[in-house]
Design a protein around this ligand. Structure first.
Ligand code: SF4
Length: 238
């Protein structure tokens, strides 16, 4: 299995959700925040690459799959808040890197929204609540990736929260970026060990990938299934 920040993060939040999504490959509904995020990312990417605003919004709208709960105006309002101009950087930079020098080391891949000429990276966020760039290892990990690709040992990484026209930035050192790589490597190794175990004992999947209830269950697409499995008494009496 190739890894991404999103895969690692879902495993970290709840192994049972990871199992449903990436092992059983159950479909997740495309929620409004997900569709809006895709649309806005596409439109911003297009604007940086020289597409005019209206056409960029239309392209973003198409990218959302014409989701029922996403409107042209929603996309346009958020995109107008992005501090972008044509040619400000390279967009959607793909990385695909081994997480260590060892043979058969886990691979991590991902896309970085913008890489500026000075090597600084930006990740656009449509969240309704902003947070600090250091609250998650995502940007440290993406900084490590761009450090590998550009051969630099310091990278400025930012989240930009569009609703608030607010960024959260940090200049990551080599040591801090390497700590993010190590975080990803340890998790990827743990997941691979559990996948090996699962291939030997598939009927033990609930012990190998345990449910980890938290406030994040409110946004989990597998919540109903999970509730039925882990609350059989309530289910049969309802
Ligand atoms: S509902 Fe909660 S416990 Fe169940 S899979 Fe989702 S995140 Fe995990």
């Amino acid at each position: 299995m190739k890894f991404s920040f999103s895969r690692l993060n879902i495993y970290k939040q709840c192994p049972y959700r990871f199992y449903n999504k990436y092992v059983l490959r159950k479909e997740e509904p495309v929620t409004q925040p997900l569709a809006l995020g895709k649309a806005v990312h596409k439109a911003i990417e297009d604007k940086i690459n020289g597409v005019d605003h209206e056409q960029a919004i239309l392209n973003g709208y198409l990218e959302s799959g014409l989701h029922d709960e996403v409107s042209y105006e929603d996309i346009s309002t958020l995109v107008q808040k992005a501090p972008v101009h044509k040619g400000m950087g390279e967009t959607e930079i793909y990385f695909n890197l081994p997480l260590s020098d060892e043979k058969n080391a886990p691979i991590i891949q991902g896309y970085i929204d913008v890489v500026q000429p000075n090597g600084a990276i930006i990740d656009w966020k449509t969240n309704r609540i902003p947070y600090n760039v250091l609250d998650s290892p995502q940007i440290a990990l993406y900084s490590w990736a761009i450090g590998q690709l550009k051969n630099v040992d310091k990278v400025k990484g930012s989240y930009y929260f569009l609703r608030f026209r607010k960024d959260s930035s940090y200049l990551f050192t080599h040591k801090e970026m390497d700590a993010a790589r190590k975080w990803a490597l340890d998790l990827a190794n743990e997941i691979n060990a559990r996948l090996d175990l699962y291939s030997m004992f598939p009927d033990k999947h609930q012990d190998i990938f345990p449910a980890q209830p938290s406030r994040l269950c409110n946004h989990c697409p597998f919540a109903i299934d999970c509730f039925r499995r882990f609350n059989p008494i309530v289910e049969t009496t309802s």
